[in-house]
Ligand binder design. Structure first.
Ligand code: URA
Length: 234
């Protein structure tokens, strides 16, 4: 099996995350550093990450986390800031975030040790819908601007896919997008002349933030994980 896939199966990271870890020189096979994520390995190859041999399979866990502003959505931060993973008691599991939110954005993040699920949920071809609430200025947003955002906005990395956009109150937008480009909602709003003051993710596929308080988390039940997995199998 490819090394990156092997690491993802073992719960180390998503498949793409595992490729980065390998390329960064953090993985060894039988004592020798390997930087090729395609290297063929199996359970007897002696794969180690940061010098630690992989243990047996971990129980798979998926948590919904309400990310507060200022907390970063990477597994580790080079500047020592708190991460979404720090908000979840790991009980020894190697957890990592599914996708990204800007440091100043708030709302629903998933944290898991299920590499395959994370990979599916973040892969653009699975098009998991994500809903954001954005408070923008100036207010209100014109019907023309809303239509442009619905139909597709020209950004420097190409036109955006059709989105659901409605103004729930003057200056407060709810946007549902399927893509996961960097700063996409902020850039879409800016492209039609509005600056995002606050941005919160309120839905991720079938999951809602509901009344989870900022900084709070809850573990998904097996049935919820199944719905999530099936939605990402389309
Ligand atoms: N779009 C953004 O601009 N920022 C986020 O954090 C998420 C989506």
């Amino acid at each position: 099996m490819r090394l990156a896939k092997f690491l993802a199966h073992a719960g180390v990271a998503s498949r793409r995350g595992a490729e980065e870890i390998v390329r960064a020189g953090r993985v060894s096979v039988a004592g020798a550093t390997v930087t090729d994520p395609a290297r063929d390995v199996d359970a007897d190859s002696g794969v180690a990450v940061d010098g630690r041999f992989l243990e047996g399979e971990e129980e798979r866990m998926v948590f919904v986390v309400h990310k507060p502003a200022g907390v970063v959505s990477t597994a580790r931060d080079t500047h020592g800031r708190r991460t979404v993973v720090d908000l979840v008691p790991a009980r020894g599991a190697r957890l990592y975030p599914v996708g990204r939110l800007d440091a100043e954005s708030t709302g629903l993040m998933l944290v898991t040790n299920d590499g395959d699920l994370a990979n599916r949920l973040t892969h653009p071809s699975f098009e998991v819908p994500k809903t954001y609430r954005a408070v923008v200025r100036p207010s209100p947003v014109s019907a023309h601007a809303l239509r442009v955002m619905r139909e597709g906005v020209e950004l420097d990395d190409g036109i955006t896919a059709p989105a659901r956009v409605r103004q729930v109150r003057p200056g407060v937008l709810e946007l549902t997008i399927h893509e996961g480009r960097n700063h996409q909602v902020r850039r879409m709003c800016e492209a039609v002349g509005h600056r995002v003051r606050t941005l919160e993710r309120i839905r991720f596929g079938p999951l809602r933030l509901d009344d989870l308080p900022p900084g709070g988390h809850r573990r998904l039940k097996a049935a919820e994980v199944e719905v999530l997995r099936r939605g990402a199998l389309r």
